[in-house]
Design a binder for this molecule. Structure first.
Ligand code: HEM
Ligand code: CA
Ligand code: CA
Length: 311
């Protein structure tokens, strides 16, 4: 866990007027691209938000996850289900026309994820700019930094704290699962169905009726491309329903369920389930911290010309 991404955030070096002179319309241009992509494909916001998480936890928020090629983070099986790379590429293409060589891919990704939340009904979060793009992207860094669904609360807290994030940040940021989808393989080890259709719960923290519904959506031998909504009620809306789902023991991943099987995180889950404004307020602060993890600034890194390759 001693990679360079373990260093805590340095958001103090980012600034809110970073592109004020060099690219004043950057936020407008990114948002228009994200909005257009979302109207064409409603799965885009969830993908963008997850993409930022997987970027920031490996080598910091430096767009390392976007680099294509053998042996890169993007090529690691743990990142196989990431998407919306083309949305970042389109936004960058527009920016290269109006402000060539100015806006980093790391800033584009942070803005796009921020917009994804607002466009699905979540809060608008002002975020500072000035992240530089990394030159390092190694598959071997992915699984040491990205949390697996079977982790305990302590294991998750440990990784979060190595990024300068707290248990509260973990609970709040897990609220991202209020939008988006998951492949059956991400939770199928939580239950088993025999050939007669009898269900055995392997993970007792999961509601049995919900597990039964999941077996119907993910039948044995189903196509590996089938996905299930993370939030069964409001999958396209960024709201506090995720926390209500958790209290009903219907968190889709084991890593969601552990947040309610532990007193330390339970209080926060109840608070957010009861009060969406509190969740939104907390989300703003935690998102700011997530999008500042291990950022490279000043003369570090580079501003990529194309987001999928170093210069
Ligand atoms: C804390 C531990 C976490 C674990 C173990 C976890 C795990 C997962 C898994 C397994 C999926 C399904 C991927 C697939 O099968 O396609 C998923 C989806 C997702 N995750 Fe997480 N996640 C965590 C935290 C976060 C955080 C902090 C964020 C963002 C702030 C996030 C945002 C998302 C989103 C938006 C999706 C839906 C992606 C889509 O629709 O394509 N997750 N997560
Ligand atoms: Ca990164
Ligand atoms: Ca929702």
């Amino acid at each position: 866990m001693l990679s360079s991404s373990s260093s805590s955030s340095s958001s103090s070096e980012l600034s809110f007027d970073f592109y004020a002179a060099s690219c004043p319309s950057v936020e407008f241009m990114v948002k228009n691209t994200v909005r257009a992509a979302t109207s064409a494909d409603p799965s885009v916001p969830g993908k963008l938000l997850r993409l930022l998480f997987h970027d920031c936890f490996v080598e910091g928020c430096d767009a390392s996850v976007l680099i294509e090629g053998g042996g890169t983070e993007r090529s690691d099986p743990a990142n196989a289900s990431l998407g919306a790379f083309s949305v970042i590429d389109s936004a960058k293409r527009v920016l290269e026309i109006f402000c060539p060589g100015v806006v980093s891919c790391a800033d584009v990704l942070a803005l796009a994820a921020r917009d994804a939340v607002e466009l699905t009904g979540g809060p608008r979060i002002p975020i500072p700019m000035g992240r530089r793009d990394g030159r390092v992207s190694a598959a071997s860094n992915v699984r040491t930094n990205i949390i697996d669904t079977n982790f305990s609360l302590d294991q998750m807290v440990k990784i979060f704290s190595s990024k300068g994030l707290s248990l509260d940040d973990l609970v709040i940021l897990s609220g991202a699962h209020t939008i988006g989808s998951a492949h059956c393989g991400a939770f199928s080890d939580r239950f088993k169905e025999d050939s007669q259709g009898n269900l055995t719960l392997i993970d007792s923290s999961l509601d049995k009726d919900y597990a039964f519904q999941l077996t119907k959506q993910c039948p044995a031998g189903a196509s590996p491309s089938i996905t299930v909504k993370n939030d069964p009620q409001t999958p396209l809306v960024f709201d506090n329903n995720y926390f209500k789902v958790l209290l009903a023991h219907k968190g889709l991943f084991h890593s969601d369920s552990v947040l309610v099987s532990n007193g330390r995180s339970m209080n926060r889950v109840v608070e957010f389930a009861n009060d969406q404004a509190r969740f939104f307020e907390g989300w703003g602060q935690s998102f700011l911290r997530l999008s500042s993890v291990g950022v490279k600034t000043g003369g570090e890194g580079e501003v990529r010309q194309t987001c999928s390759a170093t210069n």
